[in-house]
Write a protein that binds this ligand. Structure first.
Ligand SMILES: [Zn+2]
Ligand SMILES: [Zn+2]
Length: 297
């Protein structure tokens, strides 16, 4: 069955909405929008699209190859689309959590967190090295279950489109039932924040339910505004550096590390891990923060 790629249809709307949000933000608070940052976001989005065109075929061919080992012949009834969408979103949650907890996957995902601003254009910062990092592995189980690769591409596209609109500070809170079930601007602001309280939480794609189920949910608080970016910000608008810096960091650390165990650690341990414990991971940052909270500072 030939299905359209929903993302192709959404791109014009993305551009229009970025412009509309820019006007609103400009009217409300000029400091929030940094034109150079937005330009970098647009360029990084374009780079990601190019990378996707270059490598997408391989991932897709691999999925089609795996499909011959499928356990069930599901077909294209509408309810299989719905189920595929829900399970694919769970696979996204698992992938996204790994992307923050395993440095190898983080090296590919970090680009999405590289802006210190939070607006619709931030959503366009997508990975350039997703294929290289093997992130498609997280979706392969769905192929083996029997969801056709075309269907997965389609629901994956819808998932990506959904995640666009939540990258904004213009929307405060959605209705209560919506905040309970769905990923929202409020929940995702927390995900992009580097405040110790917020660090490494809210990994959801579409349904925030996964975070609530697996204990990674943190609500946004009125008394603590998110500070956006990464723990160690890039301090540059260089596109190639934004796309590849963490890969360079991994290579350097592995080169310098003593022994195989330490070298592998720099690949599979969380970002910030070091063989001599000299750096900060999100755990050490959170622990230090929790201590100051207890002392009531
Ligand atoms: Zn993330
Ligand atoms: Zn995001």
């Amino acid at each position: 069955m030939k299905l359209p790629n929903p993302v192709d249809y959404a791109v014009p709307a993305f551009v229009l909405l970025v412009l509309a949000e820019m006007l609103v933000a400009w009217a409300r608070d000029r400091k929030r929008y940094e034109p150079k940052d937005t330009l970098v976001s647009l360029a990084l989005g374009t780079g990601s699209t190019v990378a996707g065109v270059l490598t997408g075929g391989f991932a897709y061919a691999l999925a089609v190859w795996f499909w011959q080992f499928r356990l069930f012949d599901l077909g294209y009834a509408w309810y299989w689309f719905v189920l595929a969408f829900v399970i694919d979103d769970l696979a996204y949650y698992v992938f996204h959590r790994m992307a923050h907890r395993v440095r190898w996957f983080w090296a590919s995902h970090v680009i999405h967190h590289s802006s210190q601003h939070y607006n619709l254009s931030t959503a366009l910062r997508q990975t350039w090295t997703g294929f290289f990092s093997l992130s498609f592995l997280f979706r392969l189980p769905l192929v083996v279950i029997g969801f056709p690769p075309e269907m997965l591409l389609f629901v994956g596209g819808i998932n990506l489109i959904y995640q666009f609109w939540i990258h904004t500070e213009v929307i405060g809170l959605m209705p209560r039932w919506f905040e309970a079930v769905m990923n929202t601007p409020s929940h995702h602001r927390v995900h992009h924040a580097t405040n110790p309280r917020y660090l490494d939480t809210n990994y959801a794609g579409v349904f925030i339910v996964w975070d609530r189920l697996f204990g990674t949910f943190t609500p946004e608080r009125d008394d603590e505004r998110p500070r956006y970016g990464i723990v160690k910000n890039l301090g540059s608008f260089n596109l190639l550096w934004a796309a590849f810096h963490e890969w360079v960091g991994i290579a350097r650390d592995m080169w310098a590390a003593p022994g195989l165990r330490a070298k592998l650690g720099y690949l599979v341990m969380p970002p910030g891990w070091s063989h001599d414990g000299s750096r900060d991971t999100s755990e050490t940052i959170k622990a230090r923060w929790a201590e100051t909270q207890q002392r009531g500072e």
